[in-house]
Write a protein that binds this ligand. Sequence first.
Ligand SMILES: NC(=O)c1ccc[n+]([C@@H]2O[C@H](COP(=O)([O-])OP(=O)(O)OC[C@H]3O[C@@H](n4cnc5c(N)ncnc54)[C@H](OP(=O)(O)O)[C@@H]3O)[C@@H](O)[C@H]2O)c1
Length: 232
Amino acid sequence: MTDHPTGATEPADDAGSVLADRTVLIAGATSASGRVLARALVDAGATVIAVGSDQGRIDALVAEIPGVVGERADLTDGDDVLELAMRVHAGVGDVDGVIHLVGGWRGGGGIPGQTEEDYRVLERSFTALRYVSRVFWDDLLASPAGRIAIVSSTTVERPTAGGANYTAVKAAAESWMRSLTQGFAKAESPAAAVTFRVQALAGLEARLAASVVDLWRADAAELNGRVETLSA
Ligand SMILES: NC(=O)c1ccc[n+]([C@@H]2O[C@H](COP(=O)([O-])OP(=O)(O)OC[C@H]3O[C@@H](n4cnc5c(N)ncnc54)[C@H](OP(=O)(O)O)[C@@H]3O)[C@@H](O)[C@H]2O)c1
């Protein structure tokens, strides 16, 4: 595979090489979508680092998909994230991709039902995004094909009263991604920040995984700042 200054990669001869020499960290890897994504990335030739907060679920994922590097970290804890980055850099090296899947849902009850407790739970997803993108920022900038992606929600375009907390946090995450977009462009780095939106992930796991792998088949300049809605 040949790298271009734009961050594009040559079309792969086969599906097993598009991510050869690339290391991708999945932040929140043990859900159904994370496991399907980990498998797709491994099949595409990537070194995959799967991160979650529960050691048992990480161990199960590593047993299910040989070759995956499992890492336990609470991605909402700044010290934990720093220690994770040190272990990754010492053990595997710099990463070329960060796919952020830490999410969660709380809602209902109209506007009066948008409780502080629910907001604090939802906000953890945004906190984790901020931590992982900061700690791996230099890796992404320096990579010949740095990529970072999140899965947001179609409700950002059509917020509801009952989902106000959830959608506000997703909108904040999308704003953060636009900041990363500007940062990559300003640095003239062949890196890209991409937001996927879904209404619901169930049934779309393989579609999401294929779209993530495709991030390494496209030019960074075309990808950087893209917001793409995935549907069945
Ligand atoms: N599911 C949907 O229908 C839907 C709809 C729209 C958008 N999305 C978004 O799509 C993404 C993926 O959703 P999902 O439903 O597959 O996953 P999810 O249930 O939101 O969680 C994804 C992963 O995050 C991990 N995680 C949670 N807290 C963590 C922490 N503090 N530190 C490290 N890892 C943590 C979980 O594993 P552990 O608990 O083992 O740590 C899990 O593997 C999310 O951003 C979600 O908001 C989902």
